[in-house]
Design a protein. Structure first.
Length: 477
């Protein structure tokens, strides 16, 4: 931003009623944006005329389930992934359900290549290669590499203990792949080195005088066996409580709320006045009566207040520390819901050429040096108000002299400075939850979309010096 003014440029509703789950801008000339909706439909829009009719409209799957497979229609569920091939304005990839589809923007009536991965897709990232490869995060806790030339998975990488939710390729090195999952880890991969991750990003990697990690007395196989034995013991305890496998049939005893509050004395059958017992005892706490007297509006207000307290408390929790050598380093406390590499990173600045940003349900943004696996920058961690659900969130970041990060926060789009972690502004125009953001380079524009089905284009007011075209300088030696 040049003078601090941001305005809403264009607003449109390309899909009609359904909410928008993903947007993607082609990076070659930045003229076309693709959007994916909750119903599996796709739209191609011209950024210069967002309010006009879309370039192409791909319908979602019908109610009877047709069109979600290898046909020319969209997907049979929510679009979870949408990405363009780098430096290309024709080929893009969409993922929904268990199907990954490759499309040609010049002829989007039929998909070029459908690939069924037999697992729910959580995220997709593309690289030009060679060969051009799509890295897909799947619900079976694996990351698969799909060769777009043959339309098949050529490598399956394992390491996450819970499903990965987000994935990204390195900006300066196509042989580095990053994935974040529900287990709270951010893993670094090299597809040339096999199916195992190289290392995990460690938020405590730069600390001095760290305690030494303990070695487990049991091997990895014994740990797996102990875990299975613990699960078997717990299962036996639950079955014992439920009476599973027992031949003895117990009669069903009717229990009511009145019986729960009554006093259980031995003289319940006596007539009043003939015994020292008490037939009815009042509840010791009046909390139940207070909750019963609350109106619906007061209950909703209490729920919102408690939810707000939980969201504020998450900012005070740090990731768990490693105790044993076999444990993986957690980058966030809870699920990692977004990974992004800032656009147009400045390769001349001091420090790593490749900076990675991660966002988690703990409400924190962390800046990483992915080559070393440690935190990087003056402001390495700052708090945001992102959602707490374990679902991928699309954020955007600018490098170079701007160093801006755009985070969807409920019905707002918040802009943060990556150097100081300070919130610069909050953009409000959506009537539903904002689900995705995409930044355009060199033109001061940001796109946002949400559950209200609206696609908004925000413009930063540039100063007169910034708006004036640069003069051509010719040097004669």
């Amino acid at each position: 931003r040049a003078d601090g003014e941001v305005s809403l440029g264009v607003a449109c509703q390309p899909h009609g009623g359904p909410g928008i789950s993903r947007i993607a801008v082609e990076r070659r000339i930045q003229r076309v944006v693709a959007s994916g909706a909750e119903d599996g439909s796709l739209r191609l829009l011209d950024i210069r005329s967002l309010a006009g009719p879309p370039r192409a409209a791909i319908a979602g799957c019908c109610a009877d389930g047709e069109g979600g497979g290898a046909g020319g229609k969209g997907h049979d569920g929510r679009i979870e992934a949408l990405s363009w091939l780098p430096d290309d304005n024709r080929l893009f990839v969409s993922g929904g359900g268990s199907c990954l589809k490759v499309w040609d923007a010049s002829s989007p009536s039929d998909c070029v290549l459908p690939v069924d991965l037999h697992a729910t897709i959580k995220g997709v990232a593309l690289t030009v290669g060679p060969p051009p490869v799509a890295a897909v995060a799947l619900s079976d806790c694996t990351v698969r590499l799909v060769d777009l030339r043959i339309g098949r998975a050529v490598n399956t990488m394992q390491g996450h203990t819970q499903p990965p939710l987000c994935i990204a390729w390195g900006a300066s090195n196509a042989n580095r792949l990053y994935s974040g999952g529900k287990d709270g880890t951010v893993r670094v991969w090299d597809p040339r080195m096999g199916a195992r991750s190289l290392f995990c990003l460690d938020p405590y990697g730069l600390e001095k005088d760290r305690p030494l990690l303990r070695k487990s007395e049991k091997s990895a196989e014994e740990l797996d066996k102990s875990k299975s034995a613990f699960g078997r013991v717990r299962r036996e305890e639950v079955e014992k409580l439920l009476g599973v496998g027992s031949t003895r049939v117990e009669p069903y005893h009717v229990r009511s709320f009145k019986n729960m509050l009554s006093s259980r004395t031995n003289n319940m059958g006596r007539a009043p006045g003939t015994g020292g017992g008490q037939i009815w005892s009042a509840p010791t706490s009046s909390g139940l009566a207070v909750l019963a007297d609350l109106t619906e509006q007061e209950r909703e207000q209490r729920e919102r207040w408690s939810q707000g307290c939980l969201e504020r408390e998450r900012h005070f929790l740090d990731p768990p520390r490693r105790e044993f050598e076999h444990e993986a380093s957690c980058a966030h406390r809870g699920a990692v819901i977004s990974l992004t590499v800032p656009l147009d990173g400045n390769v001349n600045r001091k420090g790593p050429r490749n900076v990675l940003l991660s966002c988690g349900v703990d409400g924190k943004i962390r800046s990483w040096d992915p080559e070393r696996g440690t935190l990087f920058g003056k402001k390495q961690v700052f708090d945001v108000e992102c959602w707490t659900q374990e679902q991928a969130l699309q954020i955007a970041a600018h490098g170079l002299s701007e160093d801006l990060c755009f985070i969807p926060e409920k019905t707002f789009l918040a802009a943060y400075c990556m150097r100081s972690g300070e919130q610069l502004c909050r953009l409000e125009a959506h009537t539903g939850t904002v689900t995705c953001a995409e930044a355009l380079t060199g033109c001061g524009r940001v796109l946002s979309a949400g559950a209200d089905g609206r696609l908004l284009c925000w413009r930063a007011a540039l100063s007169a010096a910034a708006e004036a075209p640069a003069e051509d300088v010719i040097c004669l030696d």
